[in-house]
Design a protein around this ligand. Structure first.
Ligand code: BJ8
Length: 425
């Protein structure tokens, strides 16, 4: 890795804590990713991105800023990245999947709060994330209570624009959401100093749709048995999609898909034909949270889809491209985003329907519903997931976990018992 210390210093990072974070990543990555057999060659690009996760991409963000551009951070797939792109900005995902800065985070947050919230607060207060420190503004949302209240605190350290995400999807909620998206457009224009035009918005929608199409293409290829690519690799790509350069990422995913198509023709895969096929559902798995997928795939199963925000919920709906005026395009964006099925909505039947249909499409043998500890929306919704899957006789394993490694062995025991049950059905 090139020496980026000067850049990190200029961003105000706490270099000592940052060094500790960077020390954890390579060995974890080596054991989780590089140990996989028969990986597609196209994964080389994504390995490189991880090796330069705080290097090259951060340098690109600094170059963008030096040229007058703005960087905007987000924590949720409800934040419409097309708008930031249309205003000439770069949007980056700020959710983190590692326990770091816990002591600092617990000075402002209760101990018993979802690890995702604790982690992003720890990243900010511990000054260990160059993405956070590159952001001119961050965008919060009123999805779950924990996040909503945490954004008030975060606003003491970085300007936060909060979007009010409704909790239901009735006509009046749609109207509220559209007005929130319009307000967001105005805020982004103000921050970037750039006026969004119909032309720039059309291009941003096209670019973002192209990225989502590439991810959909990748997902489609996973229908095959043997699976041409592991779930771990797909999750990694989905995590990287939140912050990589859009056209470059799209091209790399498509190149990987070209390779996978050949693999499929040759009957080549990463797991043996007939290996148990599982769908992973639940709360997002932010980089570098690979614990559960690693346990699953080292137990002999293969993950064939992620019904998560680091997964299908992020890319399965496209923004319709027919809009002619800026207003029409903004409406199309609002409509597309409100279609996402987050457990923060009530009812959230769309999610249950999607998990069931996905299990059929991907010929899955079962579903693992994995929820972060203290996440009330998803923990309570596990009941609805269980009911829907039972009605369709789809086996389900519910897991609740955090960012620590202490429960790995226990999770492995439960996953192995689930796989044994699938085998004996
Ligand atoms: S659209 S899932 S990205 S809110 S895990 S912080 S819900 S307590 S992340 Fe999410 Fe947007 Fe919904 Fe997706 Fe709260 Fe739960 Fe923590 Fe969560």
């Amino acid at each position: 890795m090139a020496d980026h210390r000067k850049m990190w210093e200029s961003l105000g990072l706490d270099l000592e804590s940052h060094d500790q974070l960077m020390k954890v990543l390579p060995p974890t990555y080596g054991s989780v990713y590089m140990s996989q057999e028969n990986r597609p060659e196209g994964m080389e690009y994504f390995d490189f991105v991880v090796s330069e996760v705080h290097g090259q991409r951060i340098q690109e963000l600094q170059d963008h800023k030096a040229a007058g551009g703005k960087v905007i951070g987000a924590f949720c797939v409800y934040v419409p990245e097309e708008i930031v792109r249309a205003a000439g900005g770069i949007q980056v995902g700020l959710c983190s999947g590692v326990e770091i800065g816990t002591a600092q985070a617990e000075k402002v947050l209760p101990r018993n709060i979802c690890p995702l919230i604790k982690s992003f607060m720890g990243f900010k207060l511990g000054k260990v994330c160059p993405y956070f420190e590159s952001c001119d503004m961050v965008v919060g949302e009123t999805t779950c209570d924990g996040k909503k209240k945490a954004f008030e605190i975060l606003n003491d350290f970085v300007p936060v624009h909060v979007m009010e995400t409704p909790q239901m999807k009735r006509e009046k909620d749609k109207a509220l959401w559209l007005s929130e998206v319009q307000d967001f457009l105005a805020a982004v224009e103000e921050y970037t100093g750039n006026k969004v035009t119909a032309e720039s918005m059309r291009q941003a929608i096209k670019d973002t749709n192209a990225k989502r199409r590439a991810l959909l293409r990748l997902n489609e290829l996973r229908r095959h048995d043997p699976a041409p690519i592991s779930g771990k690799d797909c999750l990694l790509i989905e995590q990287i999609s939140m912050y990589d350069d859009v056209p470059r990422f799209t091209a790399q995913v498509n190149a990987l898909c070209d390779e996978l198509e050949v693999r499929v023709k040759e009957g080549k895969g990463v797991a043996v034909t007939g290996a148990p096929r599982l769908i992973l559902s639940g709360t997002p798995m932010a980089l570098p949270n690979w614990k559960v997928p690693h346990v699953i795939e080292t137990s002999g199963a293969v993950i064939v889809a992620e019904e998560m925000c680091t997964g299908l919920r992020y890319f399965e709906n496209l923004v319709p491209e027919e809009g002619e005026t800026l207003e029409q395009m903004v409406e199309a964006i609002a409509g597309r985003y409100l279609d996402i099925n987050c457990a923060c909505f009530t009812p959230n039947d769309g999610r249950m329907e999607r998990i069931v249909s996905l299990a059929g499409e991907m010929k899955a043998d079962g579903v693992i519903n994995c929820t972060l500890a203290f996440c009330d929306p998803y923990l309570v919704e596990a009941n609805r997931v269980g009911k829907a899957l039972k009605e369709h006789k789809i086996p389900l394993l519910n897991l609740e976990t955090d960012y620590g490694q202490e429960d790995s062995a226990q999770i492995k025991t439960r996953v192995e018992a689930f796989l044994e049950m699938l085998e004996n059905r």
